[in-house]
Design a protein around this ligand. Structure first.
Ligand SMILES: Cc1ncc(COP(=O)(O)O)c(C=O)c1O
Length: 472
């Protein structure tokens, strides 16, 4: 005798049918649980059961705090695995290769899949242009000269304090130092809390520019295993920081580069407590915190700082324009050292740009802009994942970033992406080889792709050519 499908199964079948027919397309958000429950006269738990069964079949995916989305045809592709890392800290030597690779990737005619840069069309450039012209006209004194005592424009610091309400703050105005970019902020922090020869704990894989900074400052890197979803392993960091051999921890807790991982709050809280107890300084890079895909902005580790031990660095390079070169550090108890380092390194930061940014933030345009930008980045990353799934070998694994716009791809063991690089450039495609993300070179079969551009036929074709080189 045929039995009636259960109510959750009927809903799952209906939604599955809409996905199969294309009425619900890859990347689209399903109606909310509450909406489905009310429309179908079902309980919330029955709807959730239906959605979970679609998730088990790989048809939809739950995104933290955003709801359920139709998956791209990437079902069955695993995420990269957490790698074990060397127990010892090692000197870093990536700079020379990095410069060559980024230069080759920036040649005209090469598809822009290497440097993590947003497409100019996504940035509010016309509004910034107007502000530059207006600020220069209205505030002629800004061109009169700088001060080595008062380097930060109070108008900007006020806006940063206001933004910090969304970071589990507010932070005190006195904590901030305005910098030329996030990179400068990271360098100042490292100089303030380390001596050459010291060991700094980093994520594995780590953003290559951080490794470059360690190299130029004569610091050793200790790679800590990092999960593609939940970020750095706090347990491994706990073990690594016993015995006082780690001076600082340098990491990207929100939408890390290259994994796109976001540390859960509980991990951030444990990390803040543990490092405070051990006297390990924390330098966090929150550049991608505003570019989260979940509904709420993830807090930085700074939100859990109890000892003034955490230095929060960021900039507006990925959200407004890489050309602004304005960043900041909320420096906790290290502020005096960092302000001194800033004076010695570059003096103040361009006051006109500080005012432009302050006025932009004050106008309320930033929140509106971010809402659209986050959707664009999320769709672009989804489309890039789908293109990699279509064109790369079946054994390829790739991340499911929770923010930002880079994709980390793990290829079969035998592929060496450093060797692949020359051939890819000759074929007009750039990427960043995995070896640059680890001082011990443990990611030679991985690569990073930039998803900062909308998916076009040209970019799809570049991914196809790269996949063919890999052996897809
Ligand atoms: C994690 C991370 N930090 C810092 C930067 C550089 O930021 P800025 O342009 O402000 O120096 C990047 C750029 O790719 C990045 O991915």
């Amino acid at each position: 005798m045929e039995t009636e499908p259960l109510r959750y199964q009927r809903l799952a079948e209906d939604l599955g049918g809409l996905i199969a027919s294309g009425a619900l397309r890859p990347g689209e958000r399903l109606p909310s649980v509450r909406r489905l429950a009310s429309d179908r006269r079902l309980s919330v738990s029955t709807v959730v059961q239906a959605l979970r069964s679609l998730e088990d079949r790989g048809l939809v995916e739950a995104r933290p705090q955003s709801g359920f989305f139709v998956r791209h045809a990437t079902a069955g592709r695993g995420e990269p695995r957490v790698r074990s890392t060397p127990e010892k800290a090692v000197p870093v030597d990536v700079s020379q290769r990095l410069v060559r690779i980024l230069q080759a990737g920036a040649q005209p005619g090469v598809a822009p899949l290497a440097a993590a840069l947003p497409a100019p069309g996504l940035l509010p450039l016309a509004g910034l242009q107007r502000l530059y012209a207006g600020v220069a006209r209205r505030h002629p004194r800004l061109l009169e000269g700088g001060s080595h005592i008062h380097m930060d424009e109070p108008a900007l610091v006020r806006q940063l304090v206001r933004l910090s309400l969304g970071w589990g703050g507010p932070l005190a105005a006195e904590e901030f130092v305005v910098t030329n970019s996030c990179t400068e902020a990271l360098g100042l922090c490292l100089r303030a809390v380390t001596q050459p020869g010291d060991t700094v704990a980093v994520e594995s894989p780590a953003y290559y520019l951080m490794l470059q900074l360690l190299e130029t400052l004569g610091l050793k890197a200790l790679e800590i295993p990092t999960d593609p979803r939940t970020g750095i392993s706090v347990e491994a960091l706990d073990l690594a920081t016993r015995g006082g051999r780690v001076a600082a921890c340098l990491l990207v807790p929100n939408a890390s580069n290259p994994l796109g991982s976001v540390m859960p709050d509980e991990h951030k809280r444990r990390l803040a407590r543990l490092t405070a107890e051990r006297g390990v300084a924390v330098i966090e890079d929150d550049l991608y915190g505003d570019l989260h895909f979940g509904r709420t902005r993830p807090w930085p580790i700074k939100a859990f700082d109890v000892a003034g031990n955490v230095m929060l660095c960021s900039s507006f390079s990925k959200s407004l324009s890489p050309a602004l070169r304005i960043g900041f550090v909320a420096a906790g108890r290290y502020r005096p050292q960092i302000a001194l380092q800033k004076t010695l390194t570059s003096g103040g930061t361009n006051p006109i740009t500080q005012h432009v940014l302050a006025e932009y933030l004050e106008s309320g345009a930033y929140d509106r802009h971010l809402r659209g930008l986050r959707r664009c980045y999320e769709n672009q990353v989804d489309a890039l994942r789908a293109a990699v799934a279509r064109h790369f070998p079946a054994a390829t694994r790739f991340t499911q970033p929770q923010g930002g716009f880079v994709l980390w791809v793990e290829l079969p063991e035998e592929i060496d992406t450093t060797a692949l690089y020359e051939r890819a450039i000759a074929a007009g495609v750039a990427f960043v080889p995995g070896e640059l993300f680890s001082p011990s070179g443990i990611y030679r079969n991985c690569l990073r792709l930039n998803g900062g551009n909308p998916m076009t036929a040209e970019i799809e074709d570049a991914v196809r050519r790269l996949g063919a080189l890999v052996g897809g």
